[in-house]
Design a protein. Structure first.
Length: 113
């Protein structure tokens, strides 16, 4: 059983930065591919970024060049570094484990002046 716990959300001004963390339990093989999603009010959940166990990454076009996903396999933690934040990045951000379908509880990110 994989459990995921996100942290690091908050309120930030446009142009600011935040780093989200997702701490996972379970074997390293069960968390080989990890993803960050986000869901804004009234919108569908969308895939933001993914990372494999070897560090290969993919990003949504809307965050390319601004967000960076990374992982520390020893700590079983996945990160999402978010720079140059925009108001349209406001959403609840969720961590997801592809193999088991597990989701974290989500962490709120609000970008506003």
């Amino acid at each position: 059983q994989v459990q995921l716990v996100e942290s690091g959300g908050g309120l930030v001004q446009p142009g600011g930065s935040l780093r989200l963390s997702c701490a996972a339990s379970g074997s390293i093989f069960s968390i080989a591919v990890m993803r960050w999603y986000r869901q804004a009010p009234g919108k569908q959940r969308e895939l933001v970024a993914s990372v494999t166990i070897t560090g290969n990454t993919n990003y949504a076009d809307s965050v390319k060049g601004r967000f960076t996903i990374s992982r520390d396999n020893a700590k079983k933690t996945v990160y999402l570094q978010m720079n140059s934040l925009k108001p349209e990045d406001t959403a609840v951000y969720y961590c997801n484990n592809v193999a088991t379908g597990a989701w974290g509880q989500g962490t709120q990110v609000t970008v506003s002046s």
